[in-house]
Design a protein around this ligand. Structure first.
Ligand code: 13P
Length: 253
């Protein structure tokens, strides 16, 4: 059975003082929540702080991006090996904000996914369609193409060491959550697509939902058969919200 996984994506938010309060509250609160895996994906400069405050807590941590390159003259980039140096277990790759704002193509995302795996990290691969693409009936084609780029480079077996996050772009930061049925349909599509290559991998891979997940809608979303948890943006900055979401995940396990 797939265990539920809730990962916070802080995006470009936080500061040393606020992070400390938030992390302490999470460590304290999650100590009493069983049966759910949790992680925080923090901005690069705070990874040392996150490592210090989460070590030994059972909460994992990771980055929101990783370079596709190993080392060298790539000003401003951060390699997978550097993330491992700070105890990271995860790296988000292909978040829609990076695909859009930083022009990351599916090919670049596939390179980053491969680089994360090579460094020993678990990539959290984000896929998802825009509202225009959904309205045009292209959701499955868009998600399939995003997955294909990774499948072609790294193969289906690589998903034994990866997590997928379905994040419809129109639901991110908008307060408009996909309905549990809308999300479930795409999650089932993702799993079926992987199953066409490897049934066991497809059965075991965690597929998270992301996009305006809150304490108030988590239970319904996580109750769907192919939704294995969430990638949480805004609500992950609020300890009470994050704890409510993690409790919801624990309760449906
Ligand atoms: P929100 O939860 O703020 O909608 O963000 C979702 C997201 O992008 C997580 O990666």
């Amino acid at each position: 059975m797939r265990i539920k996984f809730v990962a916070g994506n802080w995006k470009m938010n936080g500061n040393l003082a606020a992070n400390q309060v938030l992390l302490h509250a999470l460590v304290e609160g999650l100590a009493r929540v069983a049966g759910v895996k949790c992680a925080i994906c923090a901005p690069f400069p705070y990874l040392a702080q996150v490592q210090q405050l989460l070590s030994g807590s059972g909460i994992g941590w990771g980055a929101q991006n990783v370079s596709q390159f190993d080392a060298g003259a790539y000003t401003g980039e951060v390699s997978g090996a550097m993330l491992v140096d700070f105890g990271c277990r995860y790296a988000i790759v292909g978040h829609s904000e990076r695909r859009t704002l930083c022009s990351e193509t599916s090919e670049i995302v596939a390179q980053k996914y491969a680089a994360a795996l090579k460094a020993g990290l678990t990539p959290i691969l984000c896929v998802g369609e825009t509202l225009e693409q959904r309205d045009a009936g292209d959701t499955e084609a868009v998600v399939a193409a995003q997955l294909d780029a990774v499948l072609e480079r790294s193969g289906a077996l690589s998903f034994a060491h990866a997590v997928i996050a379905y994040e419809p772009v129109w639901a991110i930061g908008t307060g408009k959550t996909a309905t549990p049925e809308q999300a479930q349909a795409v999650h089932a599509f993702i799993r079926a697509k992987l199953a066409a290559q490897d049934a066991v991998i497809a059965q075991n891979v965690q597929v998270l939902y992301g996009g305006s997940v809150k304490g108030s809608n988590a239970t319904q979303l996580f109750g769907m058969p192919d939704i294995d948890g969430g990638l949480i943006g805004g609500a992950s900055l609020d300890a009470n919200e994050m704890l409510t979401i993690c409790r919801a995940a624990s309760a449906v396990n």
